[in-house]
Design a protein around this ligand. Structure first.
Ligand code: NAD
Length: 369
């Protein structure tokens, strides 16, 4: 069977990291027919708009999208392509796995979390205004509907069930935000008992942040509203190893799009230096979504082994701060080739290797050094 997938290379480092991801996807041996469409800077140059209609048409047709990062030009009048895609395609659930890979670049090598964020409403509904002419006061309205709460909470439980997870935690602030938070809490309390095999509990957002900073390994799947989800996703990405290794996914009722958490890193564009891991892990998520579990496991394991070995890794994974054993940095394409080479060879039944020389147990990598 051939899978048809829309590929948006994006701009900045996007073409390099999506090229890397494509190489690794092809190493799985699965037949994937890529419908390559341009958005972002190349589309502005050629068609005068960052999001030509052909992009949305392609994603609506294939219902699957692998996307590179896209620059949001400041002050140009173009709206964010990323936000536009979410809105146009009604991608209501943003999913960010935060897994510490080979124990590197993290103080919490056991971290293995998934943050599910409602992505269409809440405080990001765009309902805000100045109260007075002098702009001395402003109001922002958090729109929360039962329909949107229900669908994202159900989505989180279904994901937990599919991925053999054990525990779903709703994160809210219903003690203070009695209507918006209360609505989310009520939906969670009604839906949770319909998944009796999963442990369901709740945390207030402030307590959740403290708990995550102390013992992230005690949590499994978190589901929350838009603003809290935005913040928790980045917190969890930082706990697990940072931007270079953080993939993401967006889901609607019938469409799924996969993109890294990081942006287009314009200063590294065209230099073959960017870390391809986040985009490669987007391929892993895409394969899991397709039910290609073995291929997904192979990709994840090949990434893990490459990082644990520390022979062919990009600069951000090679430097002191990320690793306890600094090594010479390799290029984006060399690391992608190494991961692709490993994909058909890895032994899925062996225990995952730990890095030689021990993990750094360090802070988030300084991607800028
Ligand atoms: P960024 O993620 O592009 O960069 C943050 C820092 O991390 C920079 O130092 C960058 O060089 C580095 N970095 C990021 N990804 C890297 C990688 N794979 N390998 C090595 N280093 C990496 O964030 P930013 O600078 O705030 O944003 C740049 C542009 O990207 C902006 O126009 C922003 O709007 C856009 N953006 C797009 C998306 C998306 O397409 N989903 C997401 C975030 C930001």
């Amino acid at each position: 069977m051939t899978y048809r997938v829309t590929l948006i290379p994006g701009d900045g480092i996007g073409p390099e990291v999506t090229g890397a991801a494509r190489l690794v996807a092809e190493a799985t041996g699965l037949s994937i027919d890529w419908d390559v469409v341009e958005a972002g800077e190349p589309a502005i140059r050629k068609e005068g708009t960052p999001l030509p209609p052909a992009v949305l048409e392609s994603v609506r047709r294939t219902r699957l999208c692998l996307k590179g990062p896209i620059t949001t030009p400041i002050g140009s009048g173009f709206r964010s392509v990323n936000v536009a895609l979410r809105q146009e395609l009604d991608l209501f659930a943003s999913v960010r796995p935060a897994r510490a890979i080979a124990g590197e670049g993290t103080r919490f090598p056991e971290t293995d979390l998934i943050v599910v964020r409602e992505a269409t409403e809440g405080l990001y509904s765009g309902v805000e205004h100045w109260v007075d002419r002098g702009h001395s006061a402003a109001e922002s309205v958090a729109v929360v509907t039962r329909k949107a709460c229900d669908r994202v909470i159900r989505f989180a439980f279904e994901l937990a069930r599919r991925e053999h997870r054990k525990h779903v935690t709703a994160v809210h602030k219903a003690n203070i935000l009695k209507t918006t938070g209360g609505l989310f809490q009520a939906a969670f309390r009604e839906i949770a008992p319909t998944y009796p095999e999963l442990v369901a509990d709740e945390r207030l957002i402030d307590n959740m942040c403290m708990q995550l900073a102390k013992k992230p390994s005690e949590y499994d799947v978190l589901v929350t509203t838009n603003l809290f989800g935005d913040i928790l996703s980045d917190l969890c990405a930082g706990l697990a190893g940072g931007l270079g290794v953080a993939p993401g996914a967006l889901f609607g009722d019938t469409i799924a799009a996969f993109e890294p958490v990081h942006g287009s890193a314009p200063k590294y564009a065209g230099q073959d230096r960017a870390d391809p891991v986040a985009e490669i892990l987007c391929v892993e998520l895409l394969l899991r979504h397709l039910g290609e579990r073995e291929a997904a496991d192979r990709v994840f394991r090949a990434v893990w082994e490459t990082i644990a070995e520390k022979k062919v890794v990009t600069y951000d994974l090679a430097l002191p701060g990320y690793t306890s054993r600094p090594v010479p940095a390799s290029s984006c394409s060399a690391m992608a080739k190494e991961i692709a080479r490993k994909v058909p060879l890895v032994d899925l039944s062996a225990p995952l290797p730990r890095p030689t020389g021990g993990a750094a147990g360090s802070v988030d990598p300084q991607l800028d050094v």
